[in-house]
Design a protein around this ligand. Structure first.
Ligand code: XMP
Length: 319
């Protein structure tokens, strides 16, 4: 891609110019944006970069392992992996309000990140995979000039608090451009093509209280859904697809037994920037295959529904 090859060259020069001999710390989330930012910055300044992966335990199936393996084994980029799932799940106990979840996760993320960054020591710069839509959404939102519909924790008070300067090489890019840049940088397709995933992770896909048990149930349902989407060849046609575990139990029947288990909702949307979205119109055969597999294979779920709401008036996430 000619444009991205140019962009890469220009940005590498800019990053070198901005950073000089200083050390840079980059927080990885497991998503495309932070991965592309980190690989680009590593190409510019090599081991002046250290990546910190705060693992809150709210990722999808197998994702944390993939991040660690990509950075350590594939790119050989210095990476601190901090498993703090107990801390996050402990703090989320009893929390049901969506914004309270976001605030707790955002704050705890920053606390852990800050402590780890201090351990790394001596960094003047903080790298972030902030995109153009993040910049817009954190300033205002379609609802009006000063209305924050949801607080996104990836743009926030961290740099001021840590007294660090920001390196944000993706600030002018939209998601599709970040993907093109990622391919240009040789990132594996499983990373580059990955659907966006919110910072607070599965916590905002479990309305009501989040527990480790619910996370495990949701991860299994979500993995089955995504596996079916991939094997049907639909993954790349969809902007985001995920399962939501509802705090609602319904009656079902399994063989000779009455069950009383949770409902799982499936969501899939098409979009170009996440600001507006349309539902993905799966055929009925696909949806019933997924529903059957989830109910048969995931203990704790006995009913599956499909979300037919576009954005607006719905949001992509349920919280
Ligand atoms: P909504 O649900 O607002 O989502 O239509 C738009 C896009 O933003 C993602 N999203 C988040 N990303 N922190 C994030 O980093 C958050 O708190 C958050 N909430 C929503 C969502 O997955 C979609 O891509």
């Amino acid at each position: 891609d000619w444009t991205m090859a140019e962009f890469r060259k220009t940005k590498i020069a800019e990053i070198r110019e901005q950073v000089g001999d200083s050390r840079v710390i980059c927080g990885l989330s497991g998503g495309v944006d932070s991965a592309v930012a980190a690989v680009l910055i590593h190409e510019a300044i090599g081991d002046q970069l250290t990546c910190v992966f705060v693992d809150h335990g709210l990722m999808r199936m197998g994702e944390a392992e993939q991040v660690v393996s990509l950075f350590r084994n594939h790119y050989n980029i210095p990476l601190v992996h901090k498993d703090v799932s107990a801390l996050f799940l402990g703090g989320l106990a009893g929390v049901t309000d969506p914004e309270a979840k976001r605030k707790f996760i955002g704050k705890t993320f920053i606390d852990v990140f800050e402590a780890e960054a201090k351990q790394v020591g001596g960094a003047d710069f903080l790298a972030q995979g902030t995109l153009y839509p993040d910049v817009i959404e954190s300033v205002s939102f379609t609802g009006g000039p000063s209305v924050t519909i949801k607080s996104h924790h990836n743009v926030g008070g961290l740099p001021e608090r840590m007294n660090m300067k920001l390196v944000e090489p993706l600030r002018e890019l939209f998601k599709d451009e970040v993907r093109a840049l990622g391919r240009e940088l040789g990132l594996p397709e499983i990373f580059v093509g990955r659907h966006p995933f919110p910072g607070p992770g599965l916590a905002i896909r479990i309305p009501g209280e989040v527990t480790r048990e619910k996370c495990d149930i949701l991860r299994k349902a979500d993995a089955i859904y995504l596996e079916e989407i991939r094997s049907a060849g639909l993954y790349d046609a969809i902007w985001q697809a995920f399962a939501v575990l509802l705090p609602v139990k319904t009656v079902g029947v399994m063989g000779d037994f009455r069950t009383y288990d949770s409902v799982c909702a499936l969501r899939a949307v098409t979009s170009t920037d996440g600001m507006t979205a349309d539902i993905y119109p799966f055929d009925a055969g696909f949806l019933s295959r997924v529903a059957t597999r989830i109910v048969n294979e995931v203990k704790g779920i006995n009913r599956v529904v499909y979300d037919y709401t576009s954005k607006p008036p719905g949001t992509i996430e349920w919280e």
